[in-house]
Design a protein around this ligand. Sequence first.
Ligand SMILES: CC(=O)OC[C@H](N)C(=O)O
Length: 277
Amino acid sequence: MTSDHPDSFLSRLSRQNDKYRYKLPSRQDAGKFIQNLINFLFPISQDCPACPNKDLTMKYADLRKDLDCMLQPLIPHLEKDKEEILNEVFASIPQIYDMLLLDARSITDNDPASVSIEEVISVYPGFMAIATYRFAHSFAHCGIPLLPRMLTEFAHGQTGIDIHPNAVIGHSFFIDHGTGVVIGETTHIGNNVKLYQGVTLGATHVSKSLASRKRHPTIEDNVVVYANATILGGDTVIGHDSVIGGNAWLVRSVPPFSQVYHQSKIEIRQQSAPSVT
Ligand SMILES: CC(=O)OC[C@H](N)C(=O)O
């Protein structure tokens, strides 16, 4: 450990800061951008009182300008021309919109506590996290570095749901409650999958040498994973139409139509009632 004099520390810090300065877009801008993008598609809540007067073409142009600004500091890391990336990103929006409608419909149809699709879109943390993930995934696919992770980490902060932008997730995805859900980078999730709070789709162990390997599980179509279940490993496949019970710990594959339950012995004893005097 060095114990620099404050002056020499500040000059060391200044040299170091010169290497990092403004290499990323603003975290605040990234958060505002994803919220504006979701509000643009689903203007349900009155988050943006000045906006109703603007027509969709103007809002669309504003979003493109905002993304363009956020790409500025990333230009040295872009694999393609910025305009080409912007065109690809905006061309993917209609397909993402349709996917989000399927996600919202799946939440509305599966959650007995939900009253309408508007409620799901505007207040459900699962919907916010999935919407952010779907855009971040598309941005990463179009060749934008770093920003996708900034977006999903913004949603993580808002919702407690951590979805890596590189995970692959099918249509009609439902996360209920959501707090504590972790979906690792190389996870594959099929269609019509339901997850509850605290589910981890993770790696069996963590080592930098595994960076290019599939480390996280595959969850096939129509699987339900209940609260706090932990499913680990890149070779672990949860066969379609399976149900994984709460608190289960799984590090191996299970065939389609499995039911996996964690058993713990809970004893309930009757106390003698206190005597009333
Ligand atoms: C979700 C999870 O297991 O993360 C561990 C590590 N970050 C990795 O990606 O392997």
